[in-house]
Design a protein around this ligand. Structure first.
Ligand SMILES: *[C@@H]1O[C@H](CO)[C@@H](O)[C@H](O)[C@H]1NC(C)=O
Length: 681
């Protein structure tokens, strides 16, 4: 201890001087706040996209992350939402294009938002909906021309896509009150229920799709959907908490008109790091949103954190006056200077070490602000307690029941925060009869819950208390696809085609992550509010006792097989196994028989009438049959299926007659569950 005192007495004054010279701000701010903060610096970030073509901006594909229906159109050098392709039904789509790295937009220490400036040029291209689609648009309500509009967004994560339609791709049902988001919307659709003044307005959205401020764009002579290229300028002053929004036309002599200017506190809607970009959506009526160029600059204040000098200072006050002067006078030789430098370094390290130890021991004395404000993805899956689940499902009440299968029962549940979720309670009988290792199942559940894809139902969490195995999903109000395909109503062909593609994308994505669904059937597919298909009700294990050992090897190819069966059901509008006039009929047998007789068109659900594109339906049917071929006899991967469905790859020829045996990995028997089956003639 004696030698340490020597360091303090002789060296601390010089350390202090070094700090004092180097960081004058430090002393001031540390004294003011009583925290160990270092000098204040400005963190700036600058993004510039003259266009979005990879010729001029080679890194564009790395720098811009596309979600949902957003694409980069090489042809037009722009970000396009949705993808303007003749083969795509452009209705009810949503997408986001964001800069792929988070940007610091908030200083948690001073709770000050960053200042930023952005400008971008954009255009709304109106499209005519295909004539075959027009007559059904009334099914979904609404009216008027044009899609919904474009939003400049600051969002907390890089994987959420908002709902289409009036939600502008900005928010979705899973975005609870903690979801921090700021948007400036350029809205070309009138949704009076969201407080829109007209179908041509600018709005400022803070954590909600209902704008806090809306401005009639017609008042400044701007018509968002006139087809011309507009330019927007948004300037935010974080210190004054003040926003300016300007609009004008894009061009050399672009003059801007002030649309809105006023105080705005966005701090409650920011995390320290946020993602920046655009979202857009279509509803019943379509329009393509193009962003041609984009500049963004932000500046936020940050304090460097440096080692504390407090110990040193206090020692100086005590000892400095007595010995300071004499010890400096007695050190003239160069060897001593060298020694002093070495010792100084040692002392700094020692100080660092001692300070850290002290901090660890007495956390209450040092409130570290950065610990409170870690950026965390929203809706992160978590563990639920059985008590929470019990309350939310009203003690697993019959009234809350949504459905059941061999694996267990699904309930609708209302969580305390007001969110609706779907709770799947696996039956212990299912686990016991299959001799399953529950730890492995739990691992699988956690692995799948980390996956996010627009066509997969997000997993909110799990519960393994009291020997229960429970998985909590987002709740989808539109129920399982079985009700739509086998029920009384008739799902139009374009919708069915889209469903097949959505589900194929979902499976392909899962498989690319070395995971499998393991419960692929029509009732595992759900339609969300915008009639997009999302795949849920994961099996986590294959429903077959002999499969456990080979599970990892066969589960993906089993998914493909059952996807094939699902496609047949979707096209035929009936269940695989059905009693027709008292005779058991298997759709798979029937489809192959019709293929042999070259009468596949007879399998297509006749209830769709003349609206069906028969040629397309037969091609989809062929893809379904391909999926049921044995693995080494041509069963494709889901990745290939996606390519077939998007016409990127030619569908291979089916064998002229049905192969002897077809199996997924073992045969399962399903029972007719009471939907009526139309006979085939
Ligand atoms: C918007 O502005 C235009 C032009 O000034 C005006 O004709 C229209 O009535 C305004 N709409 C609303 C809802 O205020």
């Amino acid at each position: 201890m004696g030698s340490y005192n020597f360091f303090i007495q002789s060296i601390c004054p010089s350390i202090f001087i070094v700090f004092l010279l180097g960081y004058p701000d430090l002393i001031e701010s540390a004294a003011k706040k009583g925290i160990n903060t270092g000098p204040v610096i400005d963190v700036t970030k600058h993004l510039s996209f003259l266009d979005f073509s990879s010729n001029t901006t080679p890194r564009v594909n790395n720098d811009v992350k596309l979600l949902g229906s957003a694409i980069i159109s090489e042809e037009n050098g722009c970000v396009q939402i949705p993808n303007h392709s003749p083969t795509i039904d452009l209705r009810h789509l949503a997408g986001r294009a964001i800069y792929s790295s988070p940007i610091r937009l908030f200083d948690p220490l001073t709770e000050t938002p960053a200042s930023f400036e952005t400008t971008f040029s954009f255009q709304f291209e109106t499209t005519s909906t295909e004539s075959s689609l027009n007559n059904r648009s009334s099914d979904f309500g609404g009216g008027g021309d044009g899609g919904h509009g474009l939003t400049f967004i600051l969002v907390p994560d890089e994987f959420t896509v908002g709902r289409p339609g009036p939600w502008l791709g900005m928010l979705n049902d899973a975005c609870d009150e903690d979801y921090k988001a700021v948007g400036v919307e350029f809205d070309s659709y009138h949704n009076p229920e969201f407080g829109d003044p007209n179908d041509n307005h600018v709005g400022i959205n803070l954590g909600s799709i209902v704008s806090t401020t809306t401005i009639n764009a017609s008042d400044v002579g701007i018509h968002l959907k006139d087809g011309s290229i507009h330019r927007a300028w948004i300037t935010y002053d974080g210190l004054r908490r003040y926003i300016d929004v300007r609009l004008g036309s894009d061009g050399k002599d672009s003059t801007s008109k002030l649309v809105f200017s006023g105080p705005l506190d966005i701090a409650p809607f920011l995390n320290e790091y946020m993602f920046v970009g655009f979202s857009a959506s279509t509803g019943n009526h379509t329009q393509v949103h193009n962003v041609f160029s984009w500049n963004f600059t932000s500046m936020s204040r940050a304090s460097l954190r440096i080692p504390s000098t407090e110990t040193c200072e206090s020692k100086i006050i005590v000892h400095g006056d007595e010995h300071g002067e004499s010890s400096i006078k007695k050190a003239p030789s160069s060897f001593l200077i060298f020694l002093a430098v070495v010792v100084l370094l040692l002392a700094v390290l020692l100080n660092l070490y001692l300070n850290r130890k002290r901090r660890e021991r007495k956390p209450e004395d040092f409130v570290l602000p950065e610990k409170k404000q870690r950026p965390r993805p929203p809706n992160k899956p978590r563990r639920f307690t059985i008590a929470e689940i019990f309350t939310a499902t009203r003690s697993f009440s019959e009234l809350q029941k949504l459905g059941s299968d061999t694996r267990g029962v699904t309930y609708k549940a209302n969580m305390l925060n007001g969110c609706n979720v779907a709770v799947k309670r696996f039956s212990t009988q299912f686990f016991n009869s299959h001799g399953l290792d529950k730890r492995r199942v739990a691992k699988e559940i956690k692995a799948i819950s980390r996956i996010r894809h627009p066509n997969l139902v997000p997993i909110r969490g799990w519960c393994f208390d009291h020997r229960e195995t429970i998985v909590v999903y987002d709740y989808l109000p539109n129920s399982g696809l079985d009700k739509w395909v086998f029920g009384v109503g008739v799902l139009p062909w374009t919708r069915r085609f889209k469903v097949a593609k959505d589900v194929a994308e979902a499976l392909s994505y899962l498989h690319s992550k070395q995971l499998a669904h393991k419960n692929m059937k029509t009732s595992s597919v759900f339609l969300d509010v915008s009639f997009r298909a999302v795949l849920g009700d994961f099996g986590f294990v294959l429903d077959s006792s002999d499969s456990t050992r080979f599970e990892s090897a066969v589960s993906q190819t089993a998914d493909v097989f059952y996807f094939g069966v699902f496609v047949l059901e979707l096209v035929a509008g009936r269940e695989r196994r059905c009693d027709i006039d008292g005779v058991r009929s298997d759709l798979l047998d029937l489809a192959w028989a019709m293929h042999e007789r070259e009468e596949k068109v007879k399998v297509v659900d006749r209830r769709m009438g003349s609206l069906v594109n028969s040629e397309q339906a037969v091609r989809i049917l062929e893809i379904g049959l391909l999926c049921t071929l044995n693995e080494n006899k041509g069963r494709p991967t889901m990745e290939e299926v996606v390519e077939f469905l998007s016409l990127e790859k030619l569908v291979p020829e089916l064998p002229p007659s049905r192969p002897i045996a077809l199996f997924p990995y073992s045969s399962t028997t399903g029972l007719c569950s009471g939907y009526s089956c139309a006979p085939f003639k």
